[in-house]
Structure formats: C-alpha cells, structure tokens
Design a protein around this ligand. Structure first.
Ligand code: PEP
Length: 246
C-alpha cells in the first residue's frame, strides 16, 4: 500500500464533447473526498474542451493539460495548431509531448525537443512520452530506443524538475497488454538511472485499467500513470486511483 503522491493523468485523445462534461461530476466529488488520499488528478482533454473543463473544475483541485503543442514560441501562420503560450493562457498547466501516436505521424526526437523547450519556457509541466514498438522489443532494442529518445528529446535541457517521463510501450497502448511486472520494474529503474542528480517523476502508460492496477502498483518506483481509454469512464478512472492506494 503506497502513501506517496501519485499522479493520474487522463489522456482523452480525440474524444469528448460538451455532453461529456456531465460524466465528470463523479470525479469532482471523488476529488473532494478523503478517498483521493495523495492522488493528483490531471485531465488532458482535446483543445476544444479545455476552457469548459476548467470551468467545471473551478472549485476543485483537478488540473488541466493539453495533448500537444507547436514548437514555435511565437504566434504565426500555422493553421490548426496552438503553441505552448496559448495553452498556458487557456488555463492548462501540463502538456503531453512525444506521444507515440504523434511520433508515428512523423514527430521526430528533434521536434519533440523543441516542443519541450518551448513548453518549459511557457511554464507548462511536460509529460514526455517514450517507449519502444513491438518489433523493437522483439529485437531487444528497448534500452537503446529509450536512451536515444531521452538523450535527443531532452537535449540541452538542464532543469528537469518540471518534466514527467511517461514510459509507454507502443505495443501496450490501447491493446489491453501490459509488460511483465519484473520487466517493467527493470525498465523504470533503467530510465531513472539515465538521470543524474534530481530524478524526474516517472509514469507508466499503456492499457492501465481497474483490473491490472493491482499488479502495476507493485512497482514502487513509479510516480503515477498516464491513462487513455479507461480515463474516459469516470468510474474506472476513480477505481484506478482507489486501488492504487488500497
Ligand atoms: C495513452 O494513449 O497515453 C494511453 C496510455 O492509452 P491507453 O490507456 O488507452 O492504452
């Protein structure tokens, strides 16, 4: 049973509309109850819902993040994008960067590095996603892939206190599969060792649900979870938090 601060980041991806706001009432009640213990809840809805979520969470401690941002710190002609400054001014305090769904669409480590730098300048906390694909795992490349993603993604970034590293094996996202617990424990340890001095917070993401959380919480060196599918169901999201602490 853990007694430490744990972060539960809800990644809503490209889901949700104004009607979805009603489903948050349960979570708001939960966030004000003693049952939340030391859990910290952060919702990352699509951009279109950030201001509505913010209003909804007015009287509670649930925080807000964006799911990506443009690398430019300036305003400019980038149709369809928002930058970190705009995210911050919308009320977000976090941003997810380097998600595999965006890496697969062509985001490079170099681009992710620029985005992280810009997010830090805008005073956003960064949820920096890293992870290997199934074929990389099969070829025993996990460690070298993670090392490369960390090295290039965080290049020339000295202050890492506002960075959360989210280890998300690509083969685990949305598939219902999670790594073996001893393997995951070793990978989290490996990631921690990459950082000298102050260690960043480390999250795990990939098919976290109310059933497998009992196993995942055995990994004591994790600081929380990045939760996709299950976070859109308030009961499941609450259950994950409760079971982490019980
Ligand atoms: C994610 O997309 O960050 C994620 C963890 O998704 P899921 O929980 O649905 O696997």
């Amino acid at each position: 049973m853990t007694n430490k601060i744990m972060y539960f980041i809800a990644n809503w991806k490209m889901y949700g509309n104004l009607k979805s706001l009603n489903t948050l009432d349960k979570v708001i009640r939960f966030s004000k109850s003693k049952e939340i213990k030391k859990g910290r809840l952060i919702y990352c809805p699509p951009y279109t819902l950030i201001s509505s979520f913010l209003k909804k969470f007015e009287n509670c401690l649930i925080d807000i993040g964006g799911q990506n941002c443009h690398e430019s710190e300036d305003y400019g002609s980038h149709t369809g994008f928002v930058n970190s400054k705009m995210l911050k001014s919308s009320g977000a305090n976090y941003v997810i960067l380097g998600h595999s769904e965006n890496r697969q669409k062509g985001e490079t480590d170099k681009l992710i590095n620029l985005k992280i730098k810009s997010a830090i300048k805008s005073k956003l906390k960064v949820i920096f996603c890293i992870g290997e694909t199934l074929s990389e795992k099969k070829r025993k490349k996990t460690k070298s892939i993670l090392s490369k993603q960390i090295k290039l993604g965080l290049k020339k970034i000295k202050k890492k206190s506002n960075i959360f590293v989210a280890y998300e094996p690509v083969w685990s996202i949305g598939t219902g599969k999670i790594p073996k617990i001893d393997e995951l424990e070793q990978t989290v340890e490996f990631i921690k060792k990459k950082f000298k001095g102050k260690l960043p917070k480390i999250l795990y993401g990939g098919s976290v649900n109310p059933e497998n959380i009992r196993n995942l919480k055995k990994i004591t060196n994790l600081d929380g979870f990045l939760i996709g599918g299950a976070s859109q169901n308030s009961k499941k999201f609450i259950d994950i938090v409760k079971k982490t602490y019980n």
